[in-house]
Write a protein that binds this ligand. Structure first.
Ligand SMILES: [Zn+2]
Length: 119
């Protein structure tokens, strides 16, 4: 271990921790779903509607988590490859302050703005 002051070490640790959190949340959700599916079988129509709503919101949340997991994974891979903190679009360095707030960002601020507008 390089000790403190290694420029990317704390990013890597943070990313690992965030990824572990997302993975754990997703796993809990999977288990919860499983239990529900196998549930005791009495369904009230009113509850079913609420369930559907909840399930849809859940799915969207899960999708966001999975996207986040993928981004964190990509950022960790970039650290390994030595390309972490470099904008994927223009190749300039992403400011340290931005990486602290958004450790999984792969673009500098101007490029991110362009990319979000393209969506
Ligand atoms: Zn850029």
């Amino acid at each position: 271990m390089a000790g403190d002051g290694a420029p990317h070490e704390d990013h890597a640790q943070r990313l690992e921790r965030l990824r572990a959190e997302v993975t754990a949340a997703l796993r809990r959700r999977d288990l919860a779903d499983d239990g529900e599916e196998r549930g005791d079988g009495h369904h009230h129509p009113a509850e079913a509607a609420t369930d559907a709503d909840l399930r849809e919101r859940d799915l969207r949340q899960q999708l966001r988590w999975r996207e986040r997991e993928a981004r964190l994974q990509a950022a960790l891979a970039a650290i390994d490859a030595g390309t972490y903190g470099i904008c994927v679009d223009c190749g300039s360095e992403i400011p340290e302050g931005r990486l602290r707030v958004l450790p999984d960002s792969v673009r500098c601020v101007p490029c991110q703005r362009v990319a979000s507008r393209r969506r």
